[in-house]
Design a protein around this ligand. Sequence first.
Ligand code: FAD
Ligand code: PYC
Length: 417
Amino acid sequence: MRRFSLSSLLSESLRGHQGWGRQWRDPQPKPAYDVVIVGGGGHGLATAYYLATVHGITNVAVLEKGWIGGGNTGRNTTIIRSNYLYDESAALYEHALKLWEGLSQELNYNVMFSQRGVLMLAHNIHDVQSFKRHVYANRLNGIDNEWLSKEECKAFCPPIDISGTLRYPVLGGALQRRAGTARHDAVAWGYARGADARGVDIIQNCEVKGIRRDASGAAIGVETTRGYIGAGRIGVVAAGHTSTVMAMADVRMPLESYPLQALVSEPVKPVFPCVVMSNAVHAYISQSDKGELVIGAGTDQYTSYSQQGGLHITTHTLDAICEVFPQFTRMRMLRSWGGIVDVTPDRSPIIGKTPVPNLFVNCGWGTGGFKATPGSGHVFAHTLAKAEPHPINAPFTLDRFRTGRLIDEAAAAAVAH
Ligand code: FAD
Ligand code: PYC
């Protein structure tokens, strides 16, 4: 250990103050970036954007192993809603929904946010009770959600069959009118353009292969396929791959990775005015502005890093869609794809510090993180800038699994959970 006299410490601090001699004094060279973000999906790019715009931190790099938005951000069914049960979750998703409402203006980029309404169908008495509980809980939190009779469901979304002849007849539904959809790649590009314009470096084809730590254990940079990059702070936002990236710093995450699939039909004229989700028959559907029916499937039953799920999962989904909407039986499928989602035991995300100094994580959004993109980026930027959580993400810590505080929230999540 080096020893310093008071006078040498004083002259050191003067040299540091004057901006010279730092290289000699510091155990590590000054990091290339104040913040490095691992993962160029919507959440990572939004984080960089808000670091620059809200906190004035622009010496930031976003490292993406493929191309920006090529992960789950560009593969999801774009359902946006905030009708979650618990106060903590409602606050997080409503924060995001409010940001969505002004996002095209904020980014000066049309993200095609369309508040066409999300209707969650109830097919049995359990659904009715559970959705009514959500309606009341949401309203107490100032979040719009309303119960519709089956006739009102039909009036809102004419393709719904309420004849009572279905295997799971429609008994009613919970409607969030402010909910809807957006154009997913526009979200990635809009945030990327905004961050780039403020000086953020977005580096594609740059895979993080290791996390370098100093003698005290603190994270100081990342090893990548393009070489070493020093970082003051590191934010890992690598959905589906969080466990493997965090393992590079010896942090074991409570996550499992699953393939999740979606598909679109051939394009047709406008026939479907809103988003409909049915947890009981396991189907959800909307229509894109191009005319394709956008249909989401469930997760595979086995963990995997394959971006292609089991064929029987999509077959099951199409059976479910045709059961609720028999008029779509003769339509043809145009294409299908998969993404990899990482899922926590309570289906809520983890956003915050880790046991490793300077290393932060934002993950575990599972099948439902697209809707959170602006809010997630906003609160994670705060967490990275201040090294403290924003009040909205403070409950979503890594250590909450000791108490199981949010364990019932899966009830409000999507069909795929
Ligand atoms: P991503 O967009 O996946 O970004 C993470 C990035 O990290 C990727 O681009 C990846 O290449 C990169 N990366 C990984 N490892 C490394 C590394 N070592 N080095 C550098 N980069 C790395 N959510 C909803 O709210 N509504 C929906 O309707 C919905 N539907 C879905 C349907 C499907 C089929 C899927 C797959 C997901 C769906 N989701 C939905 C979930 C949603 O897509 C995700 O939660 C969300 O997009 C996660 O965003 P992200 O930016 O964290 O992840
Ligand atoms: O979170 O609303 C959602 C969702 C729908 C499909 C996948 N996730």
